[in-house]
Design a protein around this ligand. Structure first.
Ligand SMILES: Cc1cc2nc3c(=O)[nH]c(=O)nc-3n(C[C@H](O)[C@H](O)[C@H](O)COP(=O)(O)O)c2cc1C
Length: 170
């Protein structure tokens, strides 16, 4: 089973969760930013796990990302906008039969979310959802991750690998 964990991450929280999920899935999983996730890395994947931060109650739009780049507020460091948005990555994802799961990082009390849009995009490309979407929590607007979230991500990765054993093909 080949798996990729694809992420959008402006301040590194989602990237850290993506790495932990891949560790949990096992050595057959690769962690890829949205610009690395192309070509055979994607076409050979049986499982795509995709994640992004919740920004302005939603999966970040390109407009919102541009706004953050122009005015990052009191961010501890400049946002990493070098990789395409998850939205645009999903829009260009080639259709294929496979399996998928989605996750988001976010503050715990916010309305809205990112995983509905991610799951919809993955399903539209032919990647059937194998597990309930997951939320991972940060304690402040820019992070850090809440204690224990990386461990939860590893455990979830292991659950996804098990789910793939019981329903491996699309
Ligand atoms: C400008 C801005 C807007 C945000 N809006 C929301 C939001 O609406 N809901 C939420 O739960 N979290 C929100 N957050 C928190 C981010 O989702 C959280 O910090 C996330 O982990 C960032 O992921 P990253 O480090 O991978 O970029 C916001 C953060 C920033 C900087």
């Amino acid at each position: 089973m080949k798996a990729i964990v694809v992420y959008e991450s402006l301040w590194g929280n989602t990237a850290a969760i993506a790495r932990a999920i891949a560790e949990g899935i096992g050595s057959e999983a690769r962690v890829l930013s949205t610009d690395e996730a192309s070509g055979t890395a994607v076409s050979e994947a049986d499982l795509i796990v995709a994640g992004a931060p919740v920004i302005a109650f939603s999966l970040p739009s390109d407009k919102v990302r541009t706004g953050i780049g122009a005015n990052p507020g009191n961010a501890p460091e400049a946002p990493d906008l070098s990789h395409p948005s998850m939205r645009s990555w999903l829009d260009s994802l080639p259709a294929r039969q496979g399996r998928s799961a989605s996750f988001e990082t976010r503050i715990w009390w916010s309305p809205g979310g990112a995983t509905k849009s991610i799951s919809r995009g993955l399903e539209a490309a032919g990647y059937k959802t194998i597990a309930k979407a997951r939320r991972f929590i940060v304690t402040g607007k820019f992070g850090p991750l809440r204690d224990g979230e990386l461990e939860q991500a590893r455990l979830w990765g292991a659950e996804l690998a098990k789910a793939m054993e019981s329903q491996p093909s699309g």
